[in-house]
Design a protein around this ligand. Structure first.
Ligand SMILES: [Zn+2]
Ligand SMILES: [Zn+2]
Length: 283
């Protein structure tokens, strides 16, 4: 069996970094990973435009490093909704300043996409926790702008969303209707089972976290139309917030061994759906 991690972050400054992560992941049967940018403060950087440029350079290097370990890698850069919210909530920037900074960063990302250094946009969207209303609106503006960019550039986009079940899926379904971006390019990332059921019903593409309890439920309730992610944050100070990329492999193997799921279903998630969404060649 071969395995993919549809969405993770690596941090070569404070965490394990892509080299160690890719090596261990590949050693257990991993073939593909999509590495997504971290906010600059995760690398000890500030919040100026130049800090974002530097943080994206770190990401590009991490993607190169993972490729040199023999993995197929897609590289996505964006502005995390929690990051934008933090800039406003901490009073680092006013709402309009944060908006124009985000536009400038997305413009820079677009240039890198055209140059072939970055493959897609992610993550953008809305925080999954309660936030000040203006920050929510700001993130919604950036979400819509990013969807337009993804449509124009014809690239993947990862959306980080509130866990609103039906309402979350319905809102994105409507947004994609207005925007005419290709649905196969848009991934609603880190959905809980409730939202996943609704996304499946509306024909939205999504990922679920590869934790054992979630996968056990997902394999029983969902058609094999989605992908699995670790959403590893590579932060040694927050070890419990996400899975290790190799844990999502061992969890899937364990559930195959327990006859909760068969190898055909696993291959659809880890190969077919990855190939279709990311436009990569099969392993
Ligand atoms: Zn996220
Ligand atoms: Zn993430």
């Amino acid at each position: 069996m071969l395995f993919a991690d549809a969405h993770l972050h690596t941090n070569p400054i404070k965490g394990l970094g892509a080299k160690a992560v890719a090596r261990k992941f590949k050693g257990l049967g991993g073939w593909f990973m999509a590495i997504v940018s971290l906010p600059p403060h995760h690398y000890g950087l500030g919040a100026t435009f130049n800090d974002y440029v530097k943080s994206i350079e770190v990401l590009i290097n991490e993607c190169k490093t993972a490729r040199s370990e023999g993995l197929v890698v897609k590289c996505l850069a964006g502005i995390h909704p929690a990051d934008l919210e933090r800039l406003i909530a901490k009073g680092i920037l006013k709402c309009d300043e944060a908006y124009y900074l985000a536009l400038k960063v997305l413009n820079h990302i677009s240039t890198l996409i055209k140059e072939g250094a970055i493959d897609g946009i992610g993550e953008v969207g809305r925080p999954h926790y309660k936030t000040v209303p203006e920050a929510f609106v700001l993130n919604n503006l950036i979400l819509r702008h990013s969807l337009t960019l993804a449509r124009d550039l014809n690239v993947n986009i990862h959306l980080h969303l509130e866990q609103g079940g039906y309402i979350t899926a319905l809102d994105i379904d409507e947004l994609l209707g207005y925007n005419s971006v290709s649905r196969s390019l848009v991934m609603l990332h880190h959905l809980d089972i409730r939202a996943a059921v609704e996304a499946e019903r509306l024909g939205l593409f999504y990922s679920v976290p590869g934790k054992l309890q979630i996968l056990r439920e997902a394999f029983k309730r969902l058609k094999p139309v989605y992908v699995i992610e670790s959403d590893f944050v590579d932060d040694p100070r927050r070890p419990g917030v996400s899975s290790y990329p190799w844990d999502i492999i061992s969890n899937q193997k364990a559930l195959v061994n327990d006859d909760v799921v068969n190898e055909e279903y696993i291959a659809k998630l880890n190969i077919d759906n990855i190939v279709r969404h990311y436009g990569v060649s099969p392993p």
